[in-house]
Design a protein around this ligand. Structure first.
Ligand code: SF4
Length: 355
């Protein structure tokens, strides 16, 4: 079946794939930052983070079948294409509470970890409704040691599974404590391995904290949505900072890290207003920020678990508008050094931009 990679990626990201017919079920996460309940496929050189859990996947027309170690994708029983399945690598350590995971490789060569597996917004009952961060505490180390992370990154690099590193974190009551551990972890990795380090962190009221993160190569400061009503409803904790504060954070981050090295996740399918979203996209891209558009991923055991993801056409439509804006304001995702924009497994944005 002939396929357009941007369309196929949007389909898989929004609908998921059945893996029940696989003799050996690939491993996937049940919580944590970013996307959970996913596997990583490579199709025509593009990576896709495909959901395999969640009610919505039951209705998916896609199935993954395997023969020996080769994998093929089918839609309604019809062959679509051969794919590569990238198995994750997990790094674990003994703790007083048993053996816990502290880092992993996902997709082909993305080394990642969450330095604080707790978030003040969870503590205050104001967690983002799509977030599964603290669900992973049953099997993850709550606070990571920079030397452990650097050692694991070096190991992954030596076997060709770490071409860049991603450090995420839950937001801490002390933003200074959060930033200091993030900065120490960046330094520790860079001392051991010469790879770009991408960080994901919540916007700051005190912009001087951003300067302490200047050793990073790229950064995500995620506004999640441009629709203030949706932001308040879905991210009640993060919504304490308004759009203007995010604009200030992005502008300062671009001054520190450079053009095309600052991005923000935009979760689409949260009930956002189209016009407000387009206006927000233009404002954000006009100052040089990459809009990393991802479909809502209803993760099990989160408040949005039973919601359906958006339609692939809706996601692609927004990616088209964003790509045209990026060309208008000379924002080029292909020159981004590391992290989500380079990996691109969670969004069809770059495929649409490069069409
Ligand atoms: S800020 Fe929101 S998405 Fe990030 S860790 Fe906290 S609750 Fe989760």
């Amino acid at each position: 079946m002939k396929h357009d990679i941007a369309e196929l990626k949007a389909e898989l990201l929004c609908r998921g794939v059945h893996i029940d017919k696989l003799a050996h079920k690939p491993e996937f996460r049940r919580g944590g930052t970013g996307r959970a309940g996913e596997i990583y496929l490579e199709i025509d050189g593009a990576y896709v983070n495909v959901p395999v859990t969640g009610k919505f996947v039951e209705k998916s027309p896609y199935s993954l079948l395997s023969e020996d170690d080769s994998y093929s994708l089918f839609k309604d029983g019809e062959f679509v294409c051969d794919v590569i399945l990238h198995h994750p690598i997990h790094y674990e350590k003994k703790t007083p509470h048993g053996v816990k995971k502290f880092a992993r490789v996902h997709s082909a060569s993305c080394f990642g970890t969450t330095i604080f597996h707790s978030c003040i917004h969870w503590r205050r009952g104001k967690a983002c409704k799509f977030c599964g961060l603290e669900l992973a505490l049953e099997y993850a180390v709550p606070q990571k040691d920079p030397e452990d992370i650097a050692e694991a990154a070096a190991k992954a690099y030596q076997i060709g599974r770490a071409s860049h590193a991603i450090l995420t974190t839950g937001t801490q009551a002390s933003r200074l404590k959060e930033v200091e551990l993030m900065a120490r972890t960046i330094k520790a990795i860079k001392k051991r391995v010469d790879i770009p380090v991408h960080i994901v962190i919540e916007a700051f009221e005190d912009m001087s904290l951003l300067e302490k993160l200047s050793d990073a190569d790229t950064i995500d400061i995620n506004i999640e949505t441009f629709d203030p009503k949706v932001f308040q409803e879905v991210c009640p904790g993060k919504a304490d900072l308004n759009f203007e504060m995010y604009m200030k954070n992005w502008k300062r981050a671009i001054e520190i890290l450079g053009r095309n090295q600052v991005s923000s996740w935009i979760v689409v399918g949260l009930g956002e207003d189209w016009d407000i979203t387009i206006k927000g996209l233009e404002k954000m891209v006009s100052i040089g920020v990459i809009p990393y558009l991802v479909p809502l991923r209803p993760s099990p055991n989160t408040p949005l678990a039973d919601v359906s993801p958006p339609e692939p056409k809706y996601l692609l439509g927004l990616c088209k508008v964003a790509s045209d804006l990026m060309r208008k304001y000379n924002v080029n995702p292909n020159t981004n050094l590391g992290g989500c924009t380079v990996c691109s497994a969670s969004s069809p944005l770059k495929e649409v931009y490069n069409q």
